[in-house]
Design a protein around this ligand. Structure first.
Ligand SMILES: Nc1ncnc2c1ncn2[C@@H]1O[C@H](COP(=O)(O)OP(=O)(O)OP(=O)(O)O)[C@@H](O)[C@H]1O
Length: 231
């Protein structure tokens, strides 16, 4: 399994007491699997993604990323695991306004300590894979909302993560662009073999997912399996 969450409980401080965001949650996703998570506001979806991405440590339970148990790792080891094994896509494409699409990807490689020069062609290929062939020279202001989200996804895939964590990728997009982004996530999940977790409010796109989970008051349960994506 690329990501395995076992019996996760997560609480946050809330005045004198604590609020339980995740209540004994378990989920496992293997390579090439797209899992969608739906549920009402405040039910714990973002908390689940944050734990799966090793951004926060749960109070208890196991987090295993690409076979490696995260709970015993130091902060530095955890950050390395995240950098090399996890891709994260936030709702708002948090791109750097002064950089071109290609440079957004190269900047991440630079942070990983990899030589940028040899990665320019790889960055162009990655942009082509998300439908942005020939647009690598554009800055965020010269791209549509859907195209910016595609750059965001391409950047998250740079470095070949085993786990892709995606928070509300279609929230800021119209129907056509939203559907295109969910189609893209299904494609890249299959092509790059990531275990992909997508939180979404848009239940109309759930047929792209191989598994659909429902979050309620911090508890996770399986929703009826979605049909396979058309084509
Ligand atoms: N940093 C925090 N400190 C205290 N409580 C928090 C914190 N973050 C989240 N919570 C609480 O934890 C619970 C789960 O929040 P979470 O953001 O995971 O839900 P969500 O399903 O992603 O919501 P939304 O769909 O509105 O983004 C909520 O009750 C929320 O108020």
């Amino acid at each position: 399994m690329s990501i395995e969450l076992t019996d996760i409980t997560l609480t946050y401080p809330d005045g004198d007491s604590r609020v339980t965001a995740l209540d004994r949650v378990s989920l496992a996703a293997g390579p090439g699997e797209l899992h969608a998570v739906v549920g009402p506001s405040g039910s714990g979806k973002s908390s689940l993604l944050a734990v799966a991405a090793a951004l926060i440590r749960p109070d208890s339970g196991g987090v295993r990323i690409d076979g490696q148990e995260a709970s015993g790792l130091s902060a530095a080891e955890l950050s390395r695991l995240r950098m090399h094994r996890v891709g994260i896509v936030f709702q708002q494409p948090n791109l750097v306004s002064s950089l071109t699409a290609v440079e957004q990807l190269l900047a991440v490689e630079h942070m990983r300590g990899r030589p940028v020069r040899s990665h320019r062609a790889a960055a162009e290929r990655m942009l082509a894979a998300v439908g942005l062939a020939g647009r690598g020279h554009r800055r965020p202001a010269q791209l549509s909302g859907g195209e910016r989200q595609r750059v965001n996804i391409a950047r998250a895939l740079t470095g070949s993560p085993r786990v892709l964590v995606v928070d509300e990728p279609t929230a800021a997009l119209d129907h056509e662009r939203g559907a295109g982004i969910m189609d893209l996530l299904a494609e890249v999940t299959a092509e790059f073999g990531t275990a992909t977790l997508v939180v979404t409010h848009d239940t109309e796109y759930l047929d792209r997912a191989g598994a659909v989970w429902e979050m309620r008051d911090g508890r996770l349960s399986a929703r009826a399996a979605a049909a396979a994506a058309p084509g």
